[in-house]
Design a protein around this ligand. Structure first.
Ligand code: ZN
Length: 263
């Protein structure tokens, strides 16, 4: 991929990151995601084009509102940069070294961007508010399933993956009477199945539990008690889903070669 194209995709992704940041806030306070101009949550001043340039505005204003000088969370900068990277990473993953771009490549890329964007919102929302929104995850899961059907994944394996993902968390929810995980994880599990298919779903669950165990035991070792209530599991699940989406094919191919198992 040419550096110019990569820079263009990065800028596009960073703009989407800005939109996703605003969406998390608007979902929380009950505003419509798609309508209305952005405004400062502190002074209410409408933000102009100069205030809304992804990453650059935050850096030039040194993390403060232009009008009331109230600090703006570095979350905005970090999410814009991260989504820019995810969009470039998606393009690299979909193109896989090829220079040839056809309709299927574009369709897969748009699909990756859609799933990556949804996961960004789930990640942030769960991290900030300890909640996974079914009204967001369920329609997104239906869209992901429809997209995967159109991209040629058999409906039987999609159905299996959704049942596995939702059932895995439903079982834990029932066994623990809702103490280990929240009800939102069941919906997120279903979304993961619809977005990833069965093999990459298992990979994502594996990554989420291993990274959760490592970070959890590190926090406990550092005497941050009760980390489970500090870091919601949906943040691990959404990160693991993103990794499985972008790297899953490579990891599974490597694993098949290593073990001779077809996945
Ligand atoms: Zn302000």
């Amino acid at each position: 991929m040419s550096p110019v194209l990569a820079a263009f995709i990065f800028a596009f992704g960073a703009s989407m990151g800005s939109f996703l940041n605003a969406s998390v806030y608007r979902l929380r306070v009950g505003e419509n995601i798609l309508s209305g101009r952005s405004h400062c949550p502190n002074c209410g001043h409408r933000l102009g084009a100069l205030d809304l340039v992804p990453a650059l505005s935050w850096l030039m204003l040194r993390g403060r509102c232009r009008y009331c000088r109230k600090e703006i969370s570095p979350q905005y900068l970090m999410v814009e940069l991260a989504v820019g990277l995810v969009y470039v990473w998606s393009a690299l993953s979909v193109l896989d070294g090829s220079q040839y771009i056809d309709q299927m490549t574009v369709a897969r890329l748009v699909y990756f961007w859609f799933v990556g964007s949804l996961l960004t919102v789930v990640f942030l929302y769960d991290l900030k508010y300890m909640l996974i929104l079914p009204k967001l995850v369920v329609p997104a899961g239906l869209l992901a399933a429809a997209a995967n059907l159109a991209l040629g994944i058999p409906w039987t394996s999609l159905l299996l993956a959704v049942a596995l993902g939702a059932g895995f968390f439903a079982l834990q929810f029932v066994l623990s009477k809702g103490r280990w995980i929240g009800g939102g994880d069941i919906y997120l599990g279903g979304f993961m199945g619809a977005a990833l298919g069965p093999s990459k779903l298992l990979l994502a669950l594996f990554i989420a539990y291993v990274s959760g165990a490592i970070i959890g035991s590190t926090l406990i070792a550092m005497r941050h008690k009760g980390w489970r209530s500090e870091i919601p599991f949906g943040t691990f699940l959404s990160l693991a889903t993103l990794v499985a989406l972008l790297w899953g094919d490579g990891v599974l191919a490597w694993y098949s070669g290593l073990t001779g198992l077809a996945l």
